[in-house]
Design a protein around this ligand. Structure first.
Ligand code: NAD
Ligand code: GDD
Length: 346
């Protein structure tokens, strides 16, 4: 059998980088494309091209000669980023997704994988901390909170229409807050697990008794470890299932509980100070009924295990940053604080 060739877009990012590593282990020939290289490790891809995928000609170049496309490139981040930057997100991601899918069609790509988000679910179903887990059919009537969710919904539809109109073998996943080593951990795009690991690590290393959290900390989420995410992506791509499918954990915790678990792992109890910040929806959890039925599998790595691996990676980065900072006071301030953009974003 000849070696399958795949393209991973967003291969310089968190999930894309891990996915490339896994696909190489499975014996694929892999082209990674992004407009930046992976930040922490060299890519395992056979070929890595730096391309701006908002541009049509670059999408044609990226998709040449491959059998399968995993489309992960997106302008994205945690609440600090997506609660603002609406124009940029809608504009950039629409161009990336419209062009990548059409280029894949023209190049006769056999299978196409699109990465959507739990952010597509309507805000009115996520107003309570004790939220009913979100099942795939809850998406409509649509009312996502942010432009990021609206754009993801349109791209989901585009994949569905390309399957119906052109017979393309498209697959659509809805991730629920994925975390782990090699993810964004500072700078404003990081999500809560990485942000809290960083804040607790710097508190521990500087003997600071407090950390701050956005909101009252009672808002709830579920968090899924990267190895499970990559496993789920591959299983779905191999399946005959073409409708959007949740991929996440269904254990819901509050942000206060998340901080307590990380503090336990760090062996450093902290006092939580609640400050104003972008909170997103009040509660969110994944209903994994369909995931279990379709894939005969669900994420297996516990929150504690995943956080222990992530905390240890982030504590190492915090140590390095503190050791090499020319201005230690400023470095501590940056590590303690999650950047909050004010609207309109500048
Ligand atoms: P990430 O930000 O680490 O990776 C996205 C990558 O896309 C980045 O490396 C970025 O440079 C690249 N990119 C952005 N604009 C580009 C452009 N114009 N041209 C080329 N590359 C470009 O994010 P991630 O966490 O790895 O997310 C991967 C995918 O999964 C994204 O589509 C994201 O929306 C989706 N998703 C992620 C989560 C999560 O919790 N991580 C949740 C829901 C959905
Ligand atoms: N990022 C971050 N940083 N969040 C914090 C912090 C902090 O320092 N302190 C408290 N939080 C709270 C936020 O206010 C929010 O209520 C909760 O932690 C979760 O925030 P995020 O992890 O940033 O995002 P999210 O879960 O609301 O959305 C993420 O997951 C979606 C998929 O489930 C984002 O990454 C989306 O882009 C993604 O689609």
């Amino acid at each position: 059998m000849s070696q399958k060739k795949v393209l991973v877009t967003g291969a310089g990012g968190f999930i894309g980088h891990h996915l490339v590593t896994e696909l190489k282990k499975k014996g694929y020939w892999v082209r990674g494309v992004d407009w930046k290289y992976p930040e922490f490790q060299q890519s395992a891809a056979d070929e890595f091209e730096l391309l701006d995928l908002r541009r049509w000609d670059n999408c044609i170049q990226a998709t040449r000669g491959v059998d399968e496309v995993y489309a992960l490139a997106a302008d994205m981040g945690g609440m600090g980023f997506i609660s603002c930057h609406h124009s940029e997100i809608l504009h950039n991601n629409s161009l990336i997704n419209i062009h990548t899918l059409e280029a894949a069609r023209i190049q006769n790509v056999e299978r196409y994988f699109y990465t959507s988000s739990a952010c597509i679910y309507p805000e009115y179903k996520q107003t309570d901390t004790n939220v009913t887990p979100l099942k795939e059919s809850d998406a409509y009537p649509a009312m996502p909170q942010d432009a990021y969710g609206w754009e993801k919904l349109i791209a989901e539809h585009l994949c569905t229409h390309y399957r119906e109109d052109y017979g393309m073998n498209t697959h659509i996943v809805r991730f629920h807050n994925i975390f782990g080593p090699n993810g964004t951990w500072i700078g404003g795009r990081e999500k809560a697990p990485a942000a809290l690991c960083r804040k607790i690590a710097v508190a521990k290393l500087t003997n600071d008794p407090v950390i701050d959290l956005w909101g009252d900390g009672e808002q709830t989420r579920s968090f899924c470890y990267i190895d499970d995410c990559v496993k789920g992506i591959y299983k779905l791509m191999q399946s005959d299932y073409h409708e959007p499918l949740n991929l996440g954990q269904d254990r819901m915790v509050s942000i206060n509980q998340l901080a307590d678990i990380i503090a336990d792992i760090a062996g450093y109890p902290v006092e939580k100070v609640h400050i104003l910040g972008p909170m997103g929806v009040r509660g969110r959890n994944s209903d994994n009924t369909l995931l279990r039925n379709v894939l005969q599998w669900e994420p297996e790595i516990s929150l504690e295990d995943g956080l222990a691996r992530t905390y240890s990676w982030i504590e190492g980065l915090v140590k390095e940053r503190l050791a090499s900072a020319p201005d230690k006071k400023q470095a501590i301030e940056e590590l303690k604080t999650s950047k909050i953009f004010s609207a309109p974003c500048k």
